[in-house]
Design a protein around this ligand. Sequence first.
Ligand code: NAD
Ligand code: MG
Length: 384
Amino acid sequence: MKNIVILGSTGSIGRQTLEVIDLHRDKFKLIALSARSNVDLLIEQAKKFRPQYVVITNGNTDKVRKELAGEKIEILEGYDHLSTIASLPQVDIVVTALVGFAGLIPTLTAIEHGKDIALANKETLVVAGEIVTRKAAENNVKILPVDSEHSAIFQCLMGEENSAVEKIYLTASGGPFRGMSRNDLQHITKEQALKHPNWSMGNKITIDSATLMNKGLEAIEARWLFGLRPEQIDIIIHPQSIIHSLVQFVDGSIKAQMGLPDMRLPIQLALSYPERLPNDFPRFNFMDYPQLTFEKPDTQVFRCLAIALEAMRKGGNYPCVMNAANEIAVYAFLSDQIGFLDIADIVEETLNKAEYIQSPDIDTYLECDRKARETAEQIILKKS
Ligand code: NAD
Ligand code: MG
């Protein structure tokens, strides 16, 4: 039996994690859940799974207390309690399914307490991958990827402990605007950007997928998860999202991991590893996909990808600054303050204004994140 905590249980990954736990109640026990503000869903989840704790970081806690009054569930309020539930002694795995920089501190706390991490929250590795992976190694903690591309790489590397990797290919669907020109993208609305062709996900990552920033974040995530140099990471557009990523070894052999796009699969593997568990999720049928195709990403049109790859190469605090500016810009786009193409401009301008710091510690990252958010907000104010 593995004891599990979910940070961000009401989101896309959080809900699918609960589906997986529900399918394997003999293997997984839910210890704690958390949500920012969707208390109605949190209450429903708590009634169904009866965890020992729930955390609300920014919502109607009184309602949760009232609705769960008859249950033996401890109700905690506030962001700091994400770290409380991530470090409970009875916990084995923490699923980081919350969005953005907010994942960093609770993830580090879980690692310091020796908990394995099922990592969906890629921003944590983008911001402070060097520190997070070093601390994981020091504490003998496994970081098990939930992101489908990284789960694919992880699966390609199983049984290859003695094989040197030449490079990896991260696949990208290309998002809803693949093939469009900058001109076409001038007047894109958030409704159009929120329609992903292959995956149904939370709003922030869906916009990141439309700008291709998501693939840049994933390159940085892969760099730290698999100990690669930036030049060993290549991006390839694969619109069908069937090949989830590939590894090329030093002898030229390439391994790919394939399957229908279904996040429950990488989630389940992260929870059950090193075991694979049976399930009845829909199976891939070759005849439904007579052609799998590949293209080069267009970094002239999708500038966020080029900016992210450059930030990866520069390293230091640049990925942290980029991530903060991107979070601010994406939420500004989602609230109709800026246009789609402004996202890349804001991220680039924020990076240009930031001081470069080669080896930040955690406090420096917190400070860089705060300053970059401020800078990005000022740039947005000037634009509107
Ligand atoms: P989502 O918006 O659907 O859900 C986010 C969850 O986190 C919610 O439960 C919300 O209450 C909570 N949350 C959000 N901000 C918070 C904050 N500041 N403090 C505390 N709790 C907060 O997001 P999602 O699509 O499930 O994505 C979660 C993470 O997983 C992201 O980092 C994303 O990049 C990554 N990811 C998602 C997918 C996917 O298919 N959705 C795939 C790969 C990776
Ligand atoms: Mg992904």
